[in-house]
Design a protein around this ligand. Structure first.
Ligand SMILES: Cc1ncc(COP(=O)(O)O)c(C=O)c1O
Length: 434
């Protein structure tokens, strides 16, 4: 089909709606023409600052020149063999470098896949194979993907699970500790004990899976003390601890893995999104003895650990080291928090500012009352910001959280310009607060 020269967003939306099922949602009714670091231009040449980063994928920004160069060089050599048929060195080097970064005083191994869901699925397969047990405990408000097992793990019905059940068995949900909304660490641990009493004995549980900071669930940070007690609980019962770092990983929270900050080493970690700057690859990294449980042929995938994506991921690691992006993540997070907290003093609708490193969000509630989540205002803010040239994303069980996932490579000037647009949108939607 011939490409049109002067594409219009509205015309493309009409074609999209006719050709693509409505189940594939879209936050903003625009189509990108090009992207550069933290900016994109749509097909009508309107410029936007990107605070979404393709949902946490672009910690190194759009089209980082070093990543593009690495992928182009890889394309000239070979693009696909299937690692299980003919292997290639970039896969091995990437595994070595991720093993070196992973937490824990034990030998590690890494497996590559294609999507975050696939990484989580494989972490569960490996945990079941190692323990010989079937049960898995996940948490309320958690998000782990769109495949059948990861949907089963996900703790949010609308829109992800609606109409797709039944989901695989032996999955149970404990309460995610959320001090702000009245779920204490003790409440959460008690809910796990209740699962052991009511649903499945601890000796049949293979793994507990947790996001150290919930992504889609609303940027809820798991208290470090909770993670430490979870580790103890797992050790007591021979249960494996899986960290889903698909959204928190690759430096977003100020350390390469968010779990690092709690001092807790999970047995297995799922990683994806920003690890390759926009190229599709995911990973499971963990204890070598656990990773080696499945027999040869039990793991893999046709495109899993594709050479182009491996080259991109190696470039991402180089960029983090060269440009000290972990320090940048901490400093950027501090800056975002300071400015958002200052906005919170002026706009009562902002009930909370939270996050870890540069994974930062605001929770919006009518009159600042945490019992009245305001999804409507959140939606209007996202729309208003877009009109003004800022791409924002909402999240949270009640759709009332605005999350910021701006590239770590964005300049201070761009970040501030984006925050100014957010504030102007607040004025427009909420009016100035007394
Ligand atoms: C924590 C977490 N786990 C898993 C996934 C699923 O990843 P993917 O969409 O690449 O399958 C996501 C995606 O948003 C995520 O945030």
């Amino acid at each position: 089909m011939q490409r049109e020269n002067h594409l219009q967003n509205a015309a493309l939306m009409a074609r999209r709606q006719a050709a693509i099922p409505r189940g594939v949602g879209q936050s903003h009714p625009i189509f990108i023409a090009r992207g550069e670091n933290a900016e994109i231009w749509d097909v009508e040449d309107k410029r936007y600052i990107d605070f979404a980063g393709g949902i946490a994928v672009l910690n190194t920004g759009h089209c980082h020149p070093q990543i593009i160069a690495a992928v182009k060089a890889q394309m000239d050599a070979y693009t696909h063999t299937c690692f299980q048929v003919v292997a290639y060195e970039p896969y091995v080097e990437l595994a070595e470098r991720i093993n070196a970064r992973a937490l824990g005083d034990f030998t590690k191994k890494t497996l590559f896949l294609t999507s975050g869901s696939e990484a989580v699925e494989n972490a569960i397969k490996i945990a079941r194979s190692y323990t010989g047990r079937s049960g898995v405990i996940a948490f309320t408000s958690g998000y782990h993907g769109r495949t059948m097992f990861t949907l089963g793990l996900t703790g949010k019905i609308v829109p992800y699970k609606t109409g797709f059940g039944p989901f695989p068995g032996e999955i149970f949900h404990a309460k995610f500790p959320d001090l702000l909304h009245g779920v204490s660490i003790e409440d959460s641990l008690a809910s796990i004990e209740a699962i052991f009493k009511n649903d499945i004995e601890a000796s049949r549980v293979a793994a507990i899976i947790i996001e150290p900071v919930q992504g889609e669930g609303g940027f809820n940070v798991a208290p470090f003390e909770f993670l430490r007690r979870l580790r103890t609980l797992c050790d007591l019962h021979g249960i494996l601890l899986i960290a889903d770092e698909v959204q928190t990983g690759a430096g977003r929270t100020g350390t390469w893995f968010a779990m690092e900050q709690s001092g807790v080493a999970p047995d297995l970690t799922a990683l994806a999104k920003s690890m390759a700057g926009g190229f599709p690859i995911s990973a499971v990294v963990g204890r070598a003895d656990v990773m080696d449980a499945p027999a040869p042929g039990g793991l893999g995938g046709t495109y899993a650990g594709n050479p182009l994506a491996c080259a991109a991921a190696l470039a991402v690691l180089d960029i983090f080291e060269k440009d000290k992006l972990l320090e940048r993540s901490q400093q950027l997070g501090q800056h975002l928090r300071t400015r958002l907290q200052s906005m919170a003093t002026r706009y009562t609708v902002i009930a909370d500012v939270r996050g870890l490193g540069a994974m930062v969000a605001i929770e919006l509630c009518t009159g600042g009352d945490l019992h009245t989540p305001d999804a409507e205002v959140t939606k209007r803010l996202v729309g208003e910001a877009m009109q003004r040239g800022l791409i924002l994303l909402s999240c949270g069980t009640y759709g009332n959280v605005l999350r910021i996932l701006v590239p770590l490579t964005a300049s201070d000037a761009i970040v501030d310009e984006g925050l100014d647009i957010l504030e102007a949108s607040l004025v427009e939607v909420c009016g100035t607060s007394p």
